[in-house]
Design a protein around this ligand. Structure first.
Ligand code: PEP
Ligand code: MN
Length: 308
């Protein structure tokens, strides 16, 4: 396997993190990216941004172009919603809006809307799982300066998805975050996709990519366990406890009326609970790292004294 650009290079820190519009993505931190799976109206966009602002969150997801399985269902508001999404993001200090694009023209539309509104925010372009091997699209986003959220292909191998990110890097764009979003398989039942967050640590070991997890599209429901914790929370923890660096999360002010994926959306009231829950797991991960460090030190000094 010949990972040319994204492979781990222990001599270089240059590719281990990137900062865009003041937000740093790296293999060491955890960034939350909650928001609407699909923008439905201006009021809901504002309610979400208001909530994120109150929680000190500066990144949001806001789907405008929606690749749907059924062509007769809502396909997203497309470019019509971009100006108010960007303006409202600026108003609530949202530094990065993450949105999926499915063709080159969408990149131009995003850039036109940013220009028209005076760049009140920045955009992270999302490559959806269905375009994981759309090499021409990957080359196109690789020629932009936007950070890229690359979602692994749900029916190809991990190595194939990692190789696909090379298409982006090869064009010169190294601002790439790799997103685990579950694999399409009936074996994942009752989840929408087979949760794959355990691969986080492996990908971080072999590449420099920060790893995002998408518990919403992985789990696909709001099932609650007997302990009162939503499965989406549990699953997020499974990524955070092994070092995930970002969480892409669906939320909605009124999930019953959501036009896409309401079944997996958190309410805005649940968001602060989610943030606290993540913090607990993130702190535990930091402690696990310290424990590993202390033990490696102890074990190597024991080894040295054994040898002497
Ligand atoms: C999404 O994040 O809105 C989405 C469609 O995700 P995926 O490409 O992972 O299905
Ligand atoms: Mn969705």
């Amino acid at each position: 396997m010949n990972i040319v650009e994204i492979k781990k290079n222990t001599n270089s820190k240059a590719f281990e993190s990137f900062t865009h519009n003041g937000i740093t993505f790296s293999q060491d931190n955890l960034t939350l990216i909650p928001g609407l799976c699909a923008v439905d109206n201006k009021e809901n966009v504002e309610k979400v941004f208001q909530t994120l602002h109150s929680l000190n969150i500066q990144c949001a997801r806001m789907g405008a172009y929606k690749p749907r399985t059924n062509p007769y269902t809502f396909q997203g508001l497309e470019k019509k919603c971009l100006p108010y999404v960007f303006e409202l993001a600026g108003k609530y200090n949202i530094k990065i809006v993450c949105l999926e694009i499915t063709k080159e023209r969408h990149i131009e539309e995003v850039e036109e809307a940013l220009e028209q509104t005076g760049h009140p925010t920045a955009v992270m372009l999302q490559i959806g799982t269905r375009n994981a091997q759309n090499f021409e699209l990957l080359k196109s986003v690789g020629q932009t300066n936007h950070p890229i959220l690359y979602k692994r292909g749900f029916g190809i191998t991990l190595q194939e998805s990692l190789m696909a990110t090379e298409y982006i890097a090869k064009e010169g764009n190294k601002k790439i975050m790799f997103c685990l979003r579950g694999m399409k398989s009936e074996f994942g039942y009752p989840h929408r996709n087979f949760v794959d967050f355990a691969q986080t640590s492996y990908i971080k070991t072999i590449t420099n990519l920060p790893i995002c997890i998408d518990p919403s599209h992985s789990v696909g429901n709001r099932n609650k366990c007997l302990n009162g914790i939503l499965d989406i929370f549990h699953t997020s923890s499974q990524g955070v406890i092994v070092g995930a660096n970002a969480i892409l999360l669906d939320c909605h002010p009124n999930k019953e009326t959501a036009l896409v994926d309401g079944a997996q959306a958190l309410s805005l009231e649940e968001l602060s609970w989610f943030v606290e829950d993540c913090q607990i797991t993130f702190d535990a991960y930091q402690k696990r790292k310290e424990l590993a460090k202390a033990n490696s030190k102890k074990l190597s000094s024991e080894l040295l004294s054994d040898m002497s």
